[in-house]
Design a protein around this ligand. Structure first.
Ligand SMILES: NC(=O)c1ccc[n+]([C@@H]2O[C@H](COP(=O)([O-])OP(=O)(O)OC[C@H]3O[C@@H](n4cnc5c(N)ncnc54)[C@H](O)[C@@H]3O)[C@@H](O)[C@H]2O)c1
Length: 444
């Protein structure tokens, strides 16, 4: 079994560390966030991920998993240093690689022998070369091979995804180093793709995320067209998804993609292409559709409530994933916010995690007209079928009278048929009857 240093105790780093420890490796996690490490040393996992706390506790007790803020504790003697630090979106859409660069520099300063540096952070092609240069420049005594090993786990099912991956991708200019990293995953029995250079492995991750985002923007465009021609977008997606060549995944029309990865990764891939003097037309269309899709929420709310000033709007589903605990907004809240359109807004994470939405309070309170309720009222289903369909201006007075509405941002049906027939599409607190006035539906 191997000695592994994992750099970064976030979703990817901690999951990787706990799983590799559970596979029998000796793993030390290093993070610059002192509080996070202090919490982990006391067996407190700083975010909720199903099964992770138990895995951390079991492996900590077994002595296979330890935590530190010092690279000098973690790196000397390690065969692998796995970089899993954040790569946020930079100002021009490009990936901000400063955390990766800092991690590479710190590994170089601490290493006391040859080491394989594994890049698990999502990074654009050529980042591996940058990491190699930093290592070579900062440590001339010992050799370090750099391997790209992108991570495909999803928050909410991180452990399952790590332990049962569809595939493991490793790539390096140094084939032996790539195969050494592949051996870490051998107990999983997953298909392993070893790419002959590092750029290919780096590109697999970006291409995968961009493709999934493209499917989402595609179905949202289909939904907009469906709405206009009287087709039921949900059934259109279902009909498409039954085709084995297409499959059902990532074909839910809704408010577009969000979360911590797709927006930044699509933007970063587009920035990479532009950097090579290629204009990625499709990627730009995907981003444009996604941006515009958010405004449909406002249009549909106006449809339901006529006017937004003075209304209180509840947002369900702000947290990133249904079973995830971290209320990472699916979209930047302020951008999609009805508050920008004059309404008060209440926000909530998915129903089973709504207490955690309180973490959003400081941010929410900072925005005008945006608040979180201290006591989230029970959301009752709409009492009955819609009495009508038609333009907002002729909405029944009962629909307009209620100033408090809540909707869930998971998915919606956009067909005109849904507009005519849906009975629970717009929910009011405590009860209301603006059903049929919008086609936004609750979590499924
Ligand atoms: N979250 C996901 O679902 C997911 C899935 C696949 C890939 N990724 C990618 O993995 C990477 C990490 O994502 P995440 O969600 O785990 O991020 P995160 O923000 O949850 O965690 C990053 C951690 O790195 C630490 N860190 C930053 N700089 C450091 C340094 N120099 N030394 C040591 N620690 C440092 C931070 O304190 C933080 O704890 C990103 O590139 C992301 O795009 C994320």
């Amino acid at each position: 079994m191997s000695k592994v240093a994992v750099i970064g105790a976030g979703y990817v780093g901690l999951t990787t560390a706990a799983c590799l420890a559970d596979l029998g490796n000796d793993v030390m996690v290093v993070d610059i966030a002192e509080q996070k490490i202090a919490d982990l040393k006391r067996n407190r996992v700083p975010f909720y991920e199903p099964g992770l706390a138990e895995l951390v506790e079991r492996n900590t007790k077994a002595g296979r998993l330890t935590f530190t803020t010092s690279y000098r504790d973690a790196v000397p003697g390690a065969e692998y240093a796995i970089i899993a630090v954040s790569t946020p979106e930079g100002e021009g859409g490009e990936a901000d690689l400063s955390y990766v660069e800092a991690a590479a520099g710190a590994i170089a300063d601490a290493m006391d022998g040859p080491i394989v540096v594994v890049n698990k952070s999502t990074v654009p092609p050529l980042t591996g070369d940058m990491v190699s240069k930093v290592l070579q420049k900062r440590n001339t005594r010992h050799a370090a091979a750099v391997v790209s090993n992108p991570e495909f786990l999803r928050e909410g099912s991180a452990i399952q995804d790590f332990m049962h991956p569809d595939r493991v991708v490793v790539g390096s200019h140094d084939r032996a180093a790539a195969e050494k990293v592949a051996r870490l995953y051998a107990p999983l029995g997953a298909p392993v793709l070893v790419t002959p250079n590092i750029y290919t492995a780096e590109m697999v991750k970006y291409a995968s995320n961009a493709f999934l985002a493209t499917r989402i923007s595609f179905i949202n465009e289909i939904a907009r067209i469906s709405e206009r021609v009287g087709a039921d977008a949900k059934l259109v997606a279902e009909g498409m998804g039954l085709d084995k060549r297409i499959g059902p995944f990532y074909l839910d029309a809704g408010i577009g993609y969000g979360g911590s990865c797709f927006p930044k990764d699509v933007a970063a891939l587009a920035a990479v292409a532009e950097g090579f003097a290629y204009h990625p037309e499709l990627l730009h269309a995907v981003m444009d559709i996604n941006r515009d899709q958010r405004m449909l929420v406002i249009d549909k709310l106006r449809d339901c409530l006529d006017e937004l000033p003075g209304r209180t709007i509840g947002l369900l589903g702000l947290s990133f994933k249904r079973r995830g605990g971290r209320p990472r907004p699916r979209h930047r809240v302020e951008r999609v916010s009805p508050a920008r359109h004059g309404a008060d807004q209440a926000a909530d994470a998915p129903a089973d995690h709504h207490r955690r939405a309180q973490h959003l309070r400081p941010r929410a309170d900072a925005g005008p007209g945006f608040h979180l309720p201290r006591h989230w009222p029970r959301i009752t289903p709409n009492p009955g079928p819609s009495s009508r369909a038609g333009p907002a201006s002729s909405a029944p007075t009962s629909a307009r009278r209620f100033s408090t509405a809540a909707f869930a941002s998971w998915r919606w049906t956009t067909s005109s048929r849904a507009r005519r027939t849906t009975s629970s599409t717009c929910r009011a607190i405590p009860t209301s009857s603006c059903a049929g006035r919008t086609s936004i539906t609750g979590p499924s």
